[in-house]
Design a protein around this ligand. Structure first.
Ligand code: SF4
Length: 356
């Protein structure tokens, strides 16, 4: 039983605590915890009337950004105290600019730039971005958490991510259907860290008999609409490994540095390769092949958002490499506002039948 985001926000505000609405994808959760701010992520949201947002954007901007803007303009983010826009792609950077320069929301809008590729300078660059974010949060809240307090928040965040990684690893023997498992995994997007840990621990303690099905890797961006996971189960598919931008690519490993800002940066930079961080295509390919080999997956389903440039740039080369290595793949493109269509379900069924 997961609480609704609105319930959590209401509880935080009743205790005089703040909430930040955070857009995709990578950001230092622990930094917000240290300021007693709960980050609540905004992936779309789905089921929004996109027209409000569409009026401000080119028609080729993805539904994640379009719906986020529509949500903000319709008052959906009014309960947030801060808006955070990480620079995952040009469209999100554009969203940050529109908010700051044209919409002027009542809350402060903070942006975070992420380094691209695997350059050595990336670590110090990102640590500096987080130091700048610290100064902005200190100004907003009037608090200045010490290094020890930052490290305590980082350790709590690392513990939650270790449990998250365990949920991914033990997914076949958990007492949850695929849809329920993804609801739990994605609760990391909004639950307070201690609540997520309790839920994950109690789930991991309950073993069940191994789930069966045609093993696949779930890649792409975000599993929306989530009913797709039910359709996948009903068609005989079983997700045995995850490479989704919103899920598996955010299983951050623990850091090693004693400098809290460097540690938060290295956790993100050492995460699985990701198109929005500009990881080399070869790294993405090797990661997926390793994943297929370790999990026994027979194919990969890329479930993407229409017009997602970072993902689209990688797909042709990535799929060619997978095909050469004998790993078939399917690409499905959706709009997060769309319901699950028969056409998508039929394509999933046909793919599963082909690789079974
Ligand atoms: S779906 Fe792709 S294009 Fe849209 S915000 Fe996410 S990374 Fe950017």
């Amino acid at each position: 039983m997961l609480p609704a985001r609105s319930e959590i926000i209401h509880g935080r505000h009743a205790r005089g605590e703040r909430v930040a609405a955070v857009f995709p994808i990578h950001y230092p959760r622990a930094l917000f915890y240290a300021f007693d701010i709960l980050p609540i992520e905004v992936w779309g949201p789905p089921k929004m009337d996109p027209n409000l947002g569409a009026a401000h954007l080119q028609p080729y901007i993805c539904s994640i950004v379009r719906n986020a803007l529509a949500f903000q303009l319709s008052g959906g983010l009014d309960s947030a105290d801060i808006l955070v826009v990480p620079h995952a792609c040009d469209s999100l950077q554009g969203l940050g600019s529109i908010l700051i320069d044209f919409i002027h929301p009542k809350q402060p809008v903070l942006t975070i730039y992420l380094p691209r590729g695997n350059r050595e300078s990336g670590l110090e660059f990102l640590a500096d971005e987080f130091r700048a974010l610290y100064r902005q949060l200190a100004e907003i809240t009037g608090c200045q958490p010490s290094d020890a307090e930052l490290m305590a928040s980082i350790r709590a965040d690392e513990r939650a991510d270790q449990l998250l990684a365990q949920l991914h690893r033990q997914r076949r023997t958990l007492p949850l259907a695929q849809l329920e498992l993804y609801r739990l995994i994605r609760s990391r997007e909004f639950l307070p860290v201690e609540d997520f840990c309790k839920l994950a621990e109690s789930t991991l303690m309950t073993a069940a008999s191994a789930n069966g099905g045609i093993p696949i890797i779930h890649s792409g961006y975000v599993p929306e609409p989530m009913e797709m996971l039910r359709a996948l189960s009903e068609s005989g598919g079983l997700v045995v490994a995850d490479d989704l931008a919103c899920c598996g690519r955010r299983v951050y490993p623990p850091g090693t540095s004693d400098d809290p800002f460097v540690r938060m940066a290295e956790r993100i930079l050492n995460a699985p390769p990701d198109s929005t961080r500009g990881s080399p295509i070869q790294d993405r390919l090797e990661h997926l092949l390793r994943m297929a080999n370790d999990s026994g997956a027979k194919g990969i389903v890329f479930y993407n958002v229409k017009f997602c440039e970072p993902e689209l740039f990688y797909l042709p080369t990535l799929r060619k490499g997978l095909e050469s290595a004998g790993v078939p793949s399917l690409v499905v493109e959706t709009d997060v506002s769309d319901p699950l269509t028969h056409q998508v379900v039929t394509r999933l069924e046909a793919f599963l039948e082909m690789i079974a």
